[in-house]
Design a protein around this ligand. Structure first.
Ligand code: MN
Ligand code: MN
Length: 459
């Protein structure tokens, strides 16, 4: 009898049919990733998937019964989704929670400036980025603007056009001062301006390049400079996702953190909903915003809009349970990515406790950094319940923590739900080059992530 534990890769354990399914899943995921580069677009794409699967807005329902499939759209930037089960809500619900915001560059409120005959847009970075990675790459511009009449205008330029944008980096010939600085200092965030124009307006008297850009924006979108203040506009990488490797085993793309788990989440709940009438426990998917900046604000996981959604379900199903009791008996997978061991930087990982790309969904019993400060930790009992569900359903999984002690760390939305009394464990896909414009994951880990969430919903 073998007593030692050995982790296994996903690919070797799959038969031909499952491998084909994993490949098909990866193509659908890549299509989603390319269409959903911001939380607005992610919400929009997910609503399309939900509507197609027969879900409807919870506000259209005065009452709910087992088998009903509903969602709540929180300010166009996050989603709460539920399929109502047969069991009494006092037994708790099964939740999978992921986030749909990714690190990027946002516009400042008054961004447009002209300098040396160039029009540039000033940016504000969002989330934990290594700034140099965002220079000299093609960028696309996405967002919404409200004009003076309060009309919403949607902007999407750079992916499906013959134009895109970029932040110019300093040439190496003249960078000796810059390159002698420390890596966290050598790019000044205030110098990360996006290049957007170079031609002079024929009729403006001054700031002719800036005026020309404002004219183009006005013709195309009917907006003025003041409308930038009433906008949520972001710059994201302008390239599409692509398979990586001779063996097509991996996917490179922008925003795997955390759209790889978010897509698995939405796919799992829509799959479950096809047999909604057989479902015992009510299941909930959450796709939230603002995780990358600490889960603050009314579209983040910390918002009471989530409690409102749960209260609404309790009321409309005619249950008597308090939402506190419901939370106490509920279980959740915090569906977020983790770091994969990088062969060039293995010294930051504690190898027996780190994720290997291609070895299945990663379970993190606890997150946080050194000393478990601010960590969200699952109990031994709940960890046992989850591994049992995965074992029963042939899910390939591995265990990890985010790096060696003293090397940094990171959190997820897990603690917010754990603080409500819910049993929560972190569980998601391992990523190489996380938070870079081109993150890498395994096709087979992504597929396993989806199967894992599905098995949890069904448990
Ligand atoms: Mn994340
Ligand atoms: Mn992140």
């Amino acid at each position: 009898m073998k007593l030692s534990y050995e982790k296994k890769d996903v690919y070797s354990s799959l038969d031909e049919k499952q491998i084909e399914e994993a490949k098909k899943y990866s193509r659908e995921y890549m299509d989603f990733l390319d269409k959903a580069k911001t939380e607005y677009l992610c919400t929009k794409e997910c609503i399309k998937i939900l509507d197609k699967a027969g879900f409807s807005n919870i506000n259209e329902h005065s009452s709910l019964k087992p088998g009903d499939k509903v969602y709540f759209v929180n300010k166009e930037k996050s989603l709460f989704i539920a399929v109502i089960g047969k069991d009494d809500l006092s037994k708790g619900i099964n939740i999978v929670g992921s986030h749909i915001d990714s690190p990027r560059l946002d516009l400042k409120p008054m961004p447009l400036v002209e300098n040396h005959n160039m029009a540039i847009l000033k940016t504000q970075f969002y989330g934990g980025i290594k700034k140099y990675q965002w220079l000299s790459i093609p960028l696309a511009m996405y967002g919404v603007v409200y004009n003076e009449k309060g009309e919403k205008i949607e902007i999407a330029i750079g992916d499906d056009d013959d134009i895109c944008f970029t932040i110019t980096d300093l040439l190496p010939h003249l960078a000796s001062d810059q390159l002698s600085k420390k890596a966290n200092e050598f790019i000044d965030a205030e110098k990360m301006s996006v290049l957007v124009g170079n031609l002079k307006s024929k009729d403006a008297k001054e700031n002719k390049v800036k005026e020309n850009i404002l004219r183009i924006l006005n013709e195309k979108y009917n907006i003025k400079e003041i409308d930038f203040v009433r906008s949520d506009i972001s710059f994201v990488p302008a390239f599409k996702s692509k398979y990586i490797g001779f063996d097509k085993s991996m996917i490179g793309g922008y925003g795997h953190d955390d759209r790889v788990c978010s897509y698995a989440n939405i796919k799992a709940i829509t799959d479950i909903s096809k047999q909604a009438s057989k479902l015992n426990k009510t299941v909930v998917s959450m796709l939230v915003d603002k995780e990358e900046i600490g889960s603050v604000g009314n579209t983040s996981m910390s918002t009471q809009a989530f409690d409102m959604f749960i209260k609404d379900i309790i009321k409309k199903t005619g249950n008597e349970v308090s939402e506190l009791k419901l939370y106490y008996n509920s279980k959740m997978l915090s569906a977020d990515v983790t770091a994969a061991i990088d062969p060039d930087y293995e010294e930051v990982s504690d190898i027996p406790n780190a994720s290997t790309i291609g070895y299945g969904i990663s379970i993190e019993k606890y997150t946080g950094g050194s000393g478990k400060y601010s960590a969200s930790e699952a109990t031994a009992k709940f960890t046992s319940e989850i591994t049992n569900i995965f074992d029963k359903n042939n899910i390939t999984y591995q265990f990890s923590v985010l790096g060696k002690q003293g090397k940094g760390g990171g959190g997820t939305i897990a603690y917010i739900l754990a603080n409500k009394g819910i049993d929560v464990i972190d569980c998601g896909t391992a990523v190489l080059a996380m938070h870079s414009p081109f993150e890498v994951i395994s096709v087979y880990d992504a597929y396993m992530t989806y199967l894992a969430y599905k098995s949890f919903f069904n448990s």
